[in-house]
Design a protein around this ligand. Structure first.
Ligand code: HEM
Length: 448
């Protein structure tokens, strides 16, 4: 045989024709009893209009979540130092071409707050969307052709992706991880799968949506009260009911209930972001995260004991090691003797909460000067915390150069508590909270 000469197309075709055809999956013509029966689904409210209007409410929220989610990833500056969550750079999906700015100072509180509020607003609407298309999930026969199989796979990715992304996000807000995979890469990559499946879904459904709005109008069905609520005409290719029951709620009744649930959850979540007395109504926020009192009495995700910080390492022997063109070791007293600056800055957490406090400390750029690296290109900040995530972070040149970027020694006029990072912690405007490294032990500045 001549291995170098490829076989002709006709020879390949001939060979393929001779291959035995794979058996088609056989399903009985009659659907089994239960949800696969077209008469099983009785709601007179289901149909393309209902699904289109719920989908149209869901789409903008998903777009906000997608934009702010990718912005959050950019805020972690994955291109710098060890900031990437992904071992060996992951699969290289880091399409960021800008450095995260330090102004406005509430930038990350705003983008991440919007992310979790939009995500929580979307959850009741997502349930309503799934309810509206439920009959389609039990379609019979489950597989009709190769094209149908491809469509079903894309729907499995859409529904599975949506449930995975929303529920891992919701549990992350609770700082609760009942799984043994890493949240960030899973949530991030699942978002790509979900968004790709959604883009395909919306483009495939676009003609159905257009027809539904053309036939029935966008808001006209909302005018009908219960008495005038009629089922959409039956069409076996849609979610309309073959034998609809009499309505027990009008379309507007159903939609206002969903909108009410969504607005209620959104309002409660905004307490997480805005803080103050509103935080008390943040129903979905994690509880008991304020172990300190007095001027240090504000949110904490990681306490000193959970981070394994031994008090002996933060006592009088503690020194801040500065590494650059020169090396220096500074005690807390020496740091306090340097020019001190005070700014009101938020800590904005990836879980969505934020809180603004008054921080006092030494400017990072003064520490860069002390390390012999004025205008440093980046700094690696390392914590006393030996194990676990976020015990170090790399900050960019812009973040070092900002006047308000501090190595904080005090908060609200008193020494930092151990839980808030005593003897010294970083606080930089507009960055994700976890990059404000606590219990700092070493800072390595890179050449400008
Ligand atoms: C999380 C996002 C979404 C999920 C999980 C989802 C899920 C589904 C599923 C499983 C179906 C049934 C399969 C089918 O009819 O082929 C469906 C149908 C449909 N979806 Fe979505 N969808 C989502 C977003 C959207 C959005 C944003 C829109 C509109 C802007 C939309 C509009 C529609 C329409 C018009 C139908 C057909 C309804 C009918 O035939 O009666 N979907 N969706």
């Amino acid at each position: 045989m001549n291995w170098l000469k490829p076989p002709s197309v006709s020879a390949v075709k001939e060979k393929l024709q001779k291959l035995p055809t794979p058996p088609k999956p056989k399903f009985p013509d009659e659907p089994p009893p239960g949800p696969t029966q077209p008469t099983f689904w009785k709601s007179p409210l289901r149909g393309p209009w209902m699904t289109s209007i719920i989908g149209s409410a869901l789409l903008p929220l998903i777009i906000i979540c997608a934009i702010t989610g990718f912005l959050s990833h950019a805020a972690y500056n994955p291109a710098l130092g060890d900031n990437s969550f992904f071992p060996a750079g992951g699969i290289g999906i880091d399409p960021y071409f800008f450095t995260w700015p330090t102004r406005p100072t509430f930038l990350y509180a705003f983008t991440q707050g919007s992310h979790i509020i939009a995500g929580c607003l979307a959850i009741p609407i997502l349930f309503a969307k799934l309810w509206s298309v439920m009959p389609k999930l039990f379609e019979w026969p489950p597989l009709r052709s190769v094209a149908h199989m491809a469509e079903r796979i894309s729907l499995a990715l859409l529904v599975g992706g949506a449930l995975f992304v929303f529920f891992t996000g919701l549990l992350n807000i609770q700082v609760y991880y009942p799984w043994n995979f890493s949240f960030v890469p899973s949530h991030y990559y699942a978002a790509f799968v979900f968004l790709a499946a959604l883009a395909l879904h919306v483009s495939l459904k676009f003609p159905t949506i257009r027809k539904a709005y053309r036939d029935r109008g966008v808001v006209e069905p909302l005018r009908d009260d219960l008495e005038h609520t009629e089922p959409e005409p039956y069409d076996e290719t849609t979610t309309t009911a073959l034998e609809p029951s009499a309505p027990t709620i009008s379309r507007r009744g159903l939609l206002f209930t969903v909108a009410g649930a969504s607005a209620g959850i959104g309002l409660m979540m905004s307490g997480q972001v805005i803080g103050g007395p509103l935080r008390k109504i943040a129903f979905l926020a994690p509880r008991g995260r304020q172990p300190n009192s007095g001027p240090n009495g504000f949110q904490i995700n990681k306490t000193a004991s959970t981070a394994g910080i031994e008090p002996s390492k933060t006592g009088a022997d503690w020194r801040l090691k500065l590494i650059g063109a020169t090396k220096a070791e500074l005690s807390r007293e020496q740091l306090l003797a340097m020019p001190q600056h005070t700014y009101d800055l938020p800590i904005a957490c990836v879980e969505g909460w934020s809180t603004t406090q008054s921080w006092t400390g030494v400017r990072l750029k003064d520490l860069a000067d002390a390390a012999g690296r004025p205008g440093a290109s980046e700094v690696l900040v390392e914590s006393i915390q030996e194990f676990g995530s976020f015990n170090k972070a790399t900050l960019s040149s812009g973040q070092i150069a900002d006047d308000q970027s501090l190595l904080a020694l005090k908060v609200n006029g008193v020494d930092l508590s151990l839980d808030h990072g005593f003897p010294a912690r970083v606080i930089v405007p507009a960055i994700p909270g976890v990059h404000n490294t606590k219990w700092v032990r070493r800072m390595t500045f890179q050449e400008a």
